[in-house]
Design a binder for this molecule. Structure first.
Ligand SMILES: Nc1ncnc2c1ncn2[C@@H]1O[C@H](COP(=O)(O)OP(=O)(O)OP(=O)(O)O)[C@@H](O)[C@H]1O
Length: 260
């Protein structure tokens, strides 16, 4: 379980996050949406403990994140950042194995090797296993990066997966594949938090949505309860129309084209 209580973060004199609170249960996927500069990446950095909030508390499974040892934390949460550049020559399999580094000292165990084979199979990258990572397309590279972060927590079903705009720059098929993999992780009991820019994908794949605006919560809850014209206008300063679509649990959001 993730509990975020009254978290604020200030950089210099700017309050980047202001009094953010939410809770997620195991198996839930949260999409964080909001305009550029709303504070989404900052929130993710606090959740990863890359930075510390000045006030409020963040707990993983009832324990403050600052109370975890670094190695313990590395085995409990994994993070797909936006810019995962790889300048050295690595095969895909070597890169996925990096996800297991928090689990072994010198040599991977048979469990580590089993995990990377399983994850490569699940993410559909087994055929690339021996390819040089840098020869893959952007979409293929993103699947490999996702495989690496899944491998990190694969044998820890109470763990947390954090994704910062995982679908950036991907075509529609790859976007769906990446989000479906994230959804599968939630369905297996992981708690998943993903920053997304596409509101319709957020509604389709996530159980809950957090809408941020200037570091503050506009709304938090199930897609059908938070995705409405008023909240979207408050968060993004655009007018939208909602369109019901058969088979979807939440109406589609369509920008009206009117700028205000
Ligand atoms: N260390 C810092 N000092 C000053 N301002 C900062 C600092 N870090 C972030 N900010 C500002 O805080 C705001 C929120 O940044 P953040 O990266 O969290 O936004 P975001 O919602 O992820 O944006 P985007 O969608 O563009 O990636 C931005 O205006 C950013 O310029």
């Amino acid at each position: 379980m993730i509990s975020v209580q009254n978290v604020s973060y200030i950089a210099g004199r700017k309050k980047i996050l202001n009094d953010i609170s939410f809770q997620l249960s195991p198996g839930e996927m949260l999409a964080v949406i909001g305009a550029n500069g709303a504070g989404k990446s900052t929130l993710l950095k606090l959740l990863c403990r890359e930075m510390n909030a000045q006030s409020g508390s963040i707990q993983f499974n009832g324990k403050a994140i600052n109370a975890y040892a670094i190695k313990e934390l590395a085995q409990l949460r994994s993070v797909l950042t936006q810019h995962s550049t790889v300048s050295l020559l690595f095969t895909v399999k070597e890169l996925v194995l990096m996800g297991r580094y928090p689990h072994f000292e010198h040599h991977p165990s048979s469990l580590d090797l089993w995990v990377i084979d399983e994850v490569m199979r699940e993410t559909g990258i087994t055929d690339f296993a021996l390819r040089d990572y840098n020869t893959l397309s952007g979409g293929e590279q993103q699947r490999v990066q996702l495989a690496r972060v899944i491998a990190q927590i694969y044998d820890k079903p109470n763990a947390f997966l954090f994704l910062d705009e995982p679908t950036n720059g991907l075509d529609l098929l790859y976007q769906q594949q990446i989000l479906q993999l994230a959804r599968n992780m939630a369905d297996r009991g992981y708690t998943v938090i993903s920053i997304l820019h596409d509101i319709n994908f957020a509604s389709r794949y996530a159980d809950k949505i957090l809408i941020l605006k200037d570091g503050q919560t506009v709304a938090f809850g199930e897609p059908k309860n938070v995705i409405n014209c008023e909240n979207i206008h408050r968060a993004f300063n655009i007018h939208v129309k909602l369109m019901d679509c058969e088979g979807l649990k939440c109406p589609l959001v369509i920008p009206s084209g009117v700028l205000v």
